[in-house]
Design a protein around this ligand. Sequence first.
Ligand code: PLP
Length: 381
Amino acid sequence: MIYLDNAATTKPNEDVIQSYIQMNTQYFFNPNSPHTAGVKIAHLIDKARDNIKQYLNLNDKFDIIFTSGATESNNIALQGMAQAKKRFGKTILTTKIEHPSVLETMRTLEEQGFNLQYINTLENGKLDITSLKKLLNDDVVLVTCMHVNNIMGQIQPIEEISNILKDYPKVHFHVDGVQGFGKVNLNINLVDSYSLSAHKFHGLKGSGILAFKQAKTIQPIIFGGGQEYGIRSGTVNAPVNIALTKAMRQMDAQMDSNIKLLTEKGKEIRQFIDQYEGVLINSPIDAAPYILNVSFPGVKGEVLVNAFSKYEIYLSTTSACSSKKSSHNETLKAMGLSNIIIEGSIRISIAPDLTNEQIEAFKDAFDKVYNEVKELLKYEL
Ligand code: PLP
């Protein structure tokens, strides 16, 4: 099996799984219990928060809130900050190429009376800075975008946006960092909040964080026992949170070598595919190296995914994490791609442990699939 769908989810590390099992068997206690076992777990969780801040190079202004994943983190940050800031202004800004966990949240806020405006994106999928500047005014309280796009891999200019927003101190700047962490460097201190899902960096599903500058400023959207700074009530899932910290430690330690490996392997695959007449590479050249979006115009993405599956190569149409919705097409449309290119697109997303033998096997399979479908390729787009 050759797994090329790492933007959808990654394989959990062995020591992450072991840590989860150990915590559940030996340290299953509730960190809110007053007995010594509970207190011990509470200390472990505090230590985990400190470690996470260290791995993410965060300054002391940040708090770490454990969540069930980035969908929840995005909801907490966006809904919570829009509500907390509404007396200062009602305009919220995002792009049309966000993950549904951001787009749908922003649209729900619009239904609640916020003025939602979309920042344009350029042809290469990057946020258009001129459009952002035009939309900014004294009524804007929230700006959000992703760091790395889950479908194309383009990297957003977070530093530049953060610099521009310095002139608008009322604005909360939230970044969905799901596809960026461990693969593309970012100084997270430049943003006000940042979401992650553990399963995208070899951790467990149902586990994530929201790194937030001064968590107490968020208006909670979940009510209950007041855990996680009162923002995310519910019994703390210590085994999952410790497992996330383990996965993050490993990512942090291997960050530079991983980026190097992803860049080399991504480039090799890109150059190989580039030779095939009629096949288009949609990901911009400066995209995150582990995501490559490719189109076979005239052939449906589903047909291609099945064709590769026959060779036990697992890749995705566009975005498996939201593929039950049509919103991934919305992203591609916003980037100005025609329907025929969108329908024929697949996403190849690699992990650093992809071996040279696997790359060669992928190349063989690609050649076979190409020959199976080449009669169907349309050159007039
Ligand atoms: N944001 C981005 C960019 C994603 O790619 C995903 C999932 O693929 C999410 C948010 C949501 O993450 P989760 O499904 O783990 O909550």
